[in-house]
Design a protein around this ligand. Sequence first.
Ligand code: MLT
Ligand code: MN
Ligand code: ZN
Length: 299
Amino acid sequence: MQLRVLGAAAGGGSPQWNCRCDVCRLVWEGDQRVTPRTQSSIAVSVDGENWALINCAPDILKQIQQTPALHPREGRRHTPIASVLLTNADVDHIGGLLNLRESSPFRLLATPMIQDVLRGSPIFEVLNPDYVSRESIALDQPFALLEGLQARLFAVPGKTALYLEGDRVEIGVEGESTVGVELIGNDKRAFYIPGCAAMTPALAARLDGADLLLFDGTLWRDDEMVRAGVGHKTGQRMGHMSMSGDDGSIASLAELSLGQRVFVHINNTNPVLIADSTERQAAERAGWQIAFDGMELSC
Ligand code: MLT
Ligand code: MN
Ligand code: ZN
């Protein structure tokens, strides 16, 4: 199984268009300790020929341009992208679908609830149904994401997309709105979970023994955006558990047997983005890699 991190940042990217937080400022200034990162998406393949995107960021055009494996290869119109799978309906995960509208066939896969959200936004009707087949995927049922690559969606604690929140927001809800993906190919198991509000015993048990885990690395600490002076929301309010702390991802996954552990969906305020930060060093000492755009992984 080959995986490429197309975009390692969370919503907004790094640097974010309107942000001069301590980390974004370094990226704007071209500081060598940080590199720009686009928004959250990965690509996966088993044969190197046919690829599935998991999530489709507003930056997908740039991501395809930067990834030779995703360039058109033959004839006048072609794409190696056979499937696009969504883990939630956040803007950073669906915005790029509008770029994939020029009549090449692919499968668009998501839970029934996420498919309903897309149906509710008429702008997505630009995806011509003669070419794009929308398939609803039930939780916990294995399905073929690509030829030779099985996948399974499962609920993780999360929340509804920001633009659908309304007056009352349920945080940590487990259902079809926020899912993780298990990838099963050549007897290897990889997990991709770019958004997760909390670790549960059931989720930890599911992940134990995996060859590769790509996990929600949004924030280092829960009040990071408040302390950075860029907002009033905590990670919990946004539906993301933090890396640090007793109930953070580093501690709560420490005892698991995992081949590789990689943080993805990293918010632009997160100090792990700075190569020599104490937070980066702490994450790496705990066995975690910090994803970057173009990162190649295999298992
Ligand atoms: C998130 O992951 O919390 C969202 O992508 C935030 C957003 O919509 O910008
Ligand atoms: Mn996001
Ligand atoms: Zn920033």
